[in-house]
Design a protein around this ligand. Structure first.
Ligand code: C2E
Ligand code: CA
Ligand code: CA
Ligand code: CA
Length: 275
């Protein structure tokens, strides 16, 4: 037991070192990949539930690596946030995403995700707008998704940023709705254009009666505030029917379309055009 006690002490530090090393390796690779414009936007369809029509795409960052493995955003966004690279990464993905979206029908929107730390940047809206102006991309086609957890950190900055994004013509969505500590407060205080119900509620629709009641309460609240609702994480047809009946106008999820590469989006939209 004496030995074990000492070991706990000795083994802890090498573990921390390993984690710090892992992060600094990823951070260096992140910088290199940004320099080489190596990140790729993927696009998940946003669908109008009543018609099944695609109304736009959410851009989701992917990091394709030389070894063929693709790294998801949960692995590298936190490191980009901590190392201060997130703004530049976002602008790079925005640039590529908008250029690719210009090929699509002009009625289709594109939505991007903003990190909580970016809400502190008083020039965020201007930086985004500079990219849109350079590409001649209409701000009305761009949606900005802000996760609810971001708002707890700094509601004042969030309000200023949301207002300036909206003043420039962009649409702002409250993402992961229902997972924060004061969801209703956020809706009351901040001028969102739509809300996205977190997929944890959608997932539990069948199995958990409370989730059904919560989704019903959210949609009725949203409708009285005139806010369209998007349900995330739809994985089966039953959920499409159920959510439509509950008053969700829009949906997103593997059943309606997985995140797609630009090549896959082109094929999909060509197919739609042919009828
Ligand atoms: P999110 O904004 O909530 O995006 C939805 C996530 O759910 C995506 O994961 C998507 O692939 C996944 N998803 C979609 N439909 C389904 C479904 O039916 N079932 C299940 N189980 N999952 C589904 P992904 O691409 O791994 O992104 C994870 C999170 O990373 C995103 O959550 C978003 O918060 C963040 N993220 C992604 N791209 C960016 C980015 O460019 N910038 C920033 N700041 N964050 C990003
Ligand atoms: Ca999102
Ligand atoms: Ca979400
Ligand atoms: Ca999420």
């Amino acid at each position: 037991a004496k030995e074990g006690g000492r070991c706990q002490h000795r083994c802890f530090e090498p573990l921390m070192d390993a984690e710090i090393k892992r992060r600094s390796v990823i951070e260096r690779e992140l910088r290199e990949t940004m320099l080489a414009d190596g990140f790729r936007p993927y696009y998940q369809p946003l669908v109008e539930l009543a018609s099944g029509r695609i109304v736009g795409f959410e851009m989701l960052a992917r990091w394709p690596r030389a070894d063929g493995v693709e790294i998801g955003p949960d692995q590298f966004i936190p490191i980009a946030e901590e190392s201060g690279l997130i703004n530049e990464l976002m602008l790079q993905l925005l640039d590529r995403g908008c250029r690719e979206a210009l090929e699509w029908d002009a009625a289709l929107s594109i939505e991007i995700n903003i990190s909580p730390v970016q809400l502190k940047d008083p020039w965020l809206a201007e930086k985004i707008l500079a990219t849109l102006t350079r590409l001649n991309f209409p701000p009305q086609r761009l949606g900005i998704e802000i996760t609810e957890n971001a708002l707890i950190v700094d509601a004042d900055n969030a309000r200023r940023t949301i207002e300036s994004l909206k003043n420039q013509g962009m649409k702002v969505a409250l993402d992961d709705f229902g997972t924060g500590y004061s969801s209703l407060q956020h809706l009351r205080m901040l001028p969102f254009d739509k809300i996205k119900i977190d997929r944890s509620f959608v997932h539990a629709l069948d199995s958990d009666g409370d989730s059904l009641k919560i989704v019903r309460a959210i949609t009725s609240l949203a409708s009285s505030l005139d806010l369209p609702v998007v349900a995330e994480g739809i994985e089966c047809e039953a959920a499409v029917q159920q959510l439509g009946a509950l008053g969700c106008a829009f949906g997103q999820g593997f059943h309606l379309g997985r995140p797609l590469s630009i090549e896959q989006v082109r094929d999909l939209l060509r197919g739609c055009g042919d009828g």
